[in-house]
Design a protein around this ligand. Structure first.
Ligand code: NAI
Ligand code: A1CAB
Length: 277
């Protein structure tokens, strides 16, 4: 489905790299059909071009205009500039997919001359290994076939959840930012392992395998996290002792507040950068 499509990517940062990594690894796209452009950092552009076997000749504005699908992968603060530069130039029939946090489809649509299909998605960096949790929502002019294409792209690199746009800030706070919460937990566990007397390498390996095993248990058994937690926790045992400390330090409250703050930040970014145009 995607092999016949030309894809333009605006912004060659972490997210573009994760998407390219996942799609090329899966053989879903033909590298010669990709056009990638980046502002300022041409070294970064060359790096990704080499890494994913793209054709350097395609990395030009005119190729972006020829693309069937254009993925906007710039930071929210740069969206106004992108719309200024491209808003009048995108042509009828192009599908615009934005991964930009906080920026609504209506804001993007209002910056485009044509009535184009705009799809907003919130993936996470686990695209790179085909395991993103990606939420997708549609703008005003999106047809079912456009949605199908967007879902196809992101289901090649993880799981796709179609949501109403009002949910996007919450999704961003939970699964968009989510990998970082788990990495933070892993950092803390690694450090805890070292404090407990393990080597750094052993602490890392044990932590990562434990995380992987816990994730697979959730997926494969279908059990609730609370039940799996109870199954680990012997009465009066070590887990109970450890969990009591996490509870005393209000671990769950910290996590809830983190997600709510990230959700709010997504809203703020939408407001700030939309009003700066
Ligand atoms: N990093 C993540 O985990 C996730 C990021 N996102 C969203 O993806 C978007 C990109 O994020 P990252 O890749 O992390 O940012 P990044 O800063 O790594 O990459 C953005 C790239 O866009 C380029 N750029 C800026 N203005 C440009 C312009 N006018 N034309 C062409 N290129 C331009 C920059 O030079 C930079 O290389 C953001 O809006 C972010 O909210 C969404 C989900 C997860
Ligand atoms: O931190 C950010 O703003 C982006 C959006 C979700 C993940 N990274």
């Amino acid at each position: 489905m995607l092999k016949e499509k030309k894809i333009g990517l605006i912004g060659a940062g972490s997210m573009a790299a994760s998407i390219l990594a996942g799609l090329t690894e899966k053989g879903e796209i033909l590298p010669q059909n990709i056009a990638l452009i980046n502002r300022c950092n041409q070294k970064r552009l060359q790096e990704l071009t080499q890494l994913y076997g793209l054709n350097e000749e395609n990395n030009k504005p005119e190729r972006i205009l020829e693309a069937d699908i254009v993925i906007l992968a710039v930071k929210p603060k740069d969206v106004a500039e992108v719309l200024k530069c491209w808003g009048n130039r995108f042509r009828q029939g192009q599908l615009i997919i934005s991964v930009i946090a906080g920026i609504s489809t209506s804001f993007l649509e209002s910056g485009l001359k044509e009535k184009l299909a705009v799809i907003r998605v919130m993936p996470n960096t686990s695209c790179a290994v085909g395991l993103s949790a990606t939420a997708v929502c549609s703008g005003k002019w999106v047809r079912p076939e456009d949605m199908e294409i967007a879902c196809h792209i992101f289901s090649a690199i993880g799981s796709v959840f179609v949501v109403q746009e009002e949910m996007m800030d919450a999704v961003t706070g939970l699964s968009g930012s989510g990998p970082a919460y788990f990495y933070y937990m892993v950092e803390a566990l690694e450090s805890a392992g070292v404090h407990a007397g393990l080597s750094a390498a052993a602490a890392r390996d044990l932590t990562v395998q434990t995380l992987l095993g816990a994730a697979q248990m959730l997926v494969k058994t279908g059990k609730e996290a609370s039940q799996l937690r109870r199954e680990v926790t012997s009465p009066g045992g070590t887990t109970m002792a450890g969990l009591e400390v996490l509870s005393r330090y209000r671990f769950d409250e910290a996590v809830i507040q983190a997600v709510l703050r990230a959700k709010e930040r997504s809203r703020e970014m939408g407001r700030d950068f939309a009003s700066s145009r």
